[in-house]
Design a protein around this ligand. Sequence first.
Ligand SMILES: O=P(O)(O)O[C@@H]1[C@@H](OP(=O)(O)O)[C@H](OP(=O)(O)O)[C@H](O)[C@H](OP(=O)(O)O)[C@H]1OP(=O)(O)O
Ligand SMILES: Nc1ncnc2c1ncn2[C@@H]1O[C@H](COP(=O)(O)OP(=O)(O)OP(=O)(O)O)[C@@H](O)[C@H]1O
Length: 447
Amino acid sequence: MSVDLQEHPQVSDTLPLEWKYISEGGATIVFSYEGPPDPRFDGMVLRLRKCAAGTEPEIQYDEPDDPMIEYQRKCMERLFPRAHLPRLCSAIVDEPWLRALAVAHESSRPADRRHTDHIDYSRTKAVLATDLIGSEGLAIEIKPKWGFLPSPHHLSSRTREIKRQTCRFCMHSRMKAAQGDHAGVGYCPLDLFSGQADRMESAVEGLWEAWLSSEGAINNMKVFVDGQVIKPNRISILAGKLNQGESDLNVLRDSFTSTYLPLLVETPVLATLSKLQRTLDVLDIEGLSALWHRTLLSYTDTHAGPDDDEVPLSPVGQSSPLFSSPDPTMKEWAEFLDTYLSHHAMTEPDMEDKQRMNYARPRSADLRYYLIAYLLSATFKDCSIIIKPALGGVNAGEPAQGKVTVIDLDPKSMDRLRKWEKLDQEIAESYSQVDASDRKVCVDSNL
Ligand SMILES: O=P(O)(O)O[C@@H]1[C@@H](OP(=O)(O)O)[C@H](OP(=O)(O)O)[C@H](O)[C@H](OP(=O)(O)O)[C@H]1OP(=O)(O)O
Ligand SMILES: Nc1ncnc2c1ncn2[C@@H]1O[C@H](COP(=O)(O)OP(=O)(O)OP(=O)(O)O)[C@@H](O)[C@H]1O
């Protein structure tokens, strides 16, 4: 195994109990370093890949660094200033150490996660990232989700009215709630992304109420106090930090909102995220799917052999013997960004791009561009932001002090496109059953 130990800290130099469980998502689990001072690990978290319970993948010798690291360097750093991204580097782990870590921290994990998956012990590489929560003070994590209404050009007559009035998140939440799942009903991402302080305040209040009523189970907001996730059943710890020891819930909500709102209003991160989501998903999954099928039809007309009359067209994004649709390589991601950024100066209006690409009549020649763009938009529709006020607190009349950082920027893959198409149909269909007078009106401030 040829690795540069200078650049790749050996995590087994630390003890498993020198790490503290922070949280986890569907794919990774994260621990923060709490051991004796060590410049390699101080202020860092360890992000480890998980695998499904009951599976034991084979150890991968000569494992490459997690692609997330190169993806962030080559793509994300071109879209966000570094100040809004965690610093990432690769680290070496080994099976005995990972197993010992898992045993030491299993009891900190939520029960539903313990039944579903565990650390992937076969990995020899992990990611070290800046610890954005820290061991002191307050922090929240918000998963904002989709911040725009689709353009009408490519919506079918079946969905146009519905998808233009109610945002995808609000429709999805209603569907999830009807199915008995936790959902952030009452929070609307279009308010959070509006750039208007009063609407952003409603969004934070919506998140707060959903956090309370779901007992902290919604995935759109996590609350951290002194490095630990706090659920509403331990709200007194949060109240203490907000200097609201004896307060009722409304006072606490107002204090919570006024702690985070100034940072959210001032950060450029939300505007960047919303612009990226919108300009990378200009066709909606409906338009992308139509372009895919139109392209495949003309392709099979010219490329199918005499016996291929009945070749079924593969679903959107899915490779077939006749038409390949691989995941982008790192080189292709970088080239895609060259093109995207040449069309969209991140600070200028994108008129020029509209003329060049003619979104109303997308060309088959641009199919690959639109596919990759959609994958990238999906990353931004699913990422999270961590908001950490400065330890001194917020002083009235002064600019908000603190940090807003984007996390969970992993690339998505082509095989998701079919899932997104189906889910989109299911969400719109389900919302069409809601009485018209009961449908939400979501306002996209960028339209
Ligand atoms: O499709 P969505 O909007 O439901 O998003 C999924 C998320 O569900 P949500 O609606 O936010 O509760 C879902 O969140 P949970 O795991 O349910 O917390 C994941 O983030 C999933 O991405 P991945 O499979 O981890 O890459 C997300 O899937 P992708 O859409 O990013 O494929
Ligand atoms: N740099 C960081 N500093 C502090 N905490 C972090 C950091 N990165 C991730 N976390 C915590 O770990 C959790 C899991 O990380 P992440 O969201 O990247 O995992 P994931 O499995 O990719 O999630 P998802 O299923 O939502 O795609 C986050 O929700 C956050 O609470």
